[in-house]
Write a protein of this length. Structure first.
Length: 171
């Protein structure tokens, strides 16, 4: 430890204990002038903030979480697209059946999108798409009493999240 004296206006005497006695006329005042210089330097020069290592650790943790979350998000997105295509196929099958019943068409009668569009609920994605699925591939409208099929490009694009048994009876 280093003892530092600071001079005041009045003359002073340093005792053996490190306490300085200052003479102010008739009154004598004792002032403790022991200061620890290294501690003061640390207090005045240290700045608040994060070190580069701390910031890099936080960035690494965020990257690790993103590496886990993003593939799961993409997989769930594709799975919901597959579910949407499956629902569209059910709506097409129902529309073909309703068309055949109302118009008296027999089994095997060929139908087209213009025939069944009035039997699909207005405002739905299928109605406004003009007979295409969520990936932009066209549905083939089946004949009466025949199940619609998944478009081949859609089946291929979604095969990693929707295996063949997912599409039954539409594959």
């Amino acid at each position: 430890m280093k003892v530092v004296e600071r001079r005041r206006m009045a003359p002073s005497v340093l005792s053996d204990t490190g306490i300085r006695t200052v003479d102010h006329g008739a009154d004598e005042i004792q002032i403790n002038q022991i200061e620890i210089i290294p501690m003061l330097r640390k207090l005045t020069t240290k700045r608040a903030g994060f070190t580069l290592v701390e910031i890099m650790i936080v960035v690494a943790i965020i990257a690790l979480l993103a590496a886990i979350a993003v593939p799961n998000f993409l997989r769930s997105r594709k799975r919901s697209q597959a579910t949407q295509v499956l629902e569209d196929l059910r709506m097409i099958a129902s529309a073909v059946d309703q068309y055949a019943i109302e118009t008296g068409k027999s089994s095997g009668f060929a139908t087209g999108w213009s025939d069944i569009q009035n039997y699909v609920k207005t405002g739905t994605r299928l109605y406004t798409s003009g007979g295409t699925d969520i990936l932009g591939n066209a549905f083939t409208v089946p004949p009466v009493d025949t199940q619609p099929q998944v478009p081949a490009l859609t089946f291929t694009a979604l095969s990693d999240v929707a295996p063949a048994d997912f599409w039954s009876p539409y594959n």
